[in-house]
Design a binder for this molecule. Sequence first.
Ligand code: NAP
Length: 300
Amino acid sequence: MYDLVIIGDGPAGISAGIYAVRYGLDTLILEKDVISGQIALTDIVENYPGFSSIAGMELMDKFKEHAQEAGVTTEDGEVLNIKSDGDKKIISTDEGEIEAKAVIIATGANPQHLGVPGEEEFAGRGVSYCATCDGPFFRGKNVAVIGGGDSAITDALILSNLASKVYVVHRRDELRATKVLKDRAFSRNNIEFICDTILDEVLGDGSVEKVILKNVKSGDTVEMAMDGVFIYVGVVPNTGFVDVDKTGAGFIITSDRMETSVEGIYAAGDCRVTPLRQVVTAVSDGAIAAASAHEFVSEG
Ligand code: NAP
């Protein structure tokens, strides 16, 4: 039986692993995908202290190298559920069962889908959730970016270096994104902002050819020729496998010590209720969760 099993190998999970090993806990990190967290899909990170500009993938590689050097063990496995049995937790994965005294959930979140007609039909054929991954397919083309937060504007900037024209379609007349990103986007002459507008439908024949946009104030719709649609309307937490208290949207409710409603189960990073979903807050959550798990295991 492990002292601690950490589910997820993004920034929160890796940070928890480094701290846990240094506390002397026998620790295993379970990873589901080769890509570790949303940060690995982020083009450039400019707000993680110590790195004024670093590719998301490179930062993640550095985290993993550090964890390996610290002695963290990782294994592949998708967690299906977690059950409490007396003092132990039984973690069922697609590979079998693992027992641990404590568990940290650091499974992050995935892009929210809009649910408009054509979105699923054209996913991977013009509809995308990641400019870093798919942007190069749209060199010299016209693309729409849906959303007004940091993700939308970060990826609109990436796309503006590739596409000939980027339309940012936002449901309000004010962007949610931080000032530094907004200012950068406003200064690009191939980014056009379409405000008070939502995506109503994606149309095409085999791949995206057109979008229908709807003005939320007037109700008017307009059809525009478009080669790609990049959607950034928030995130959905990966928490369906665990039975702890969550919000209606599925974010895990924790104390400021990262404790969930079940003793011995902690949550860290984007999968929990938090005011800010950043690398720096995820790694901080991971450290706190490891400290709490260490205290729990030592007292047990
Ligand atoms: P977000 O901040 O929640 O923004 C989501 C955007 O989508 C908002 O503009 C929202 O509009 C819009 N939206 C939501 N539902 C919609 C719908 N049904 N139809 C149309 N528009 C809709 O999400 P995010 O941009 O993915 O960012 C998530 C977190 O990651 C944030 O904490 C962000 O700061 C962080 N992040 C940081 C960076 C960076 O620092 N470089 C990069 C990416 C993400 P409203 O504004 O009207 O609500």
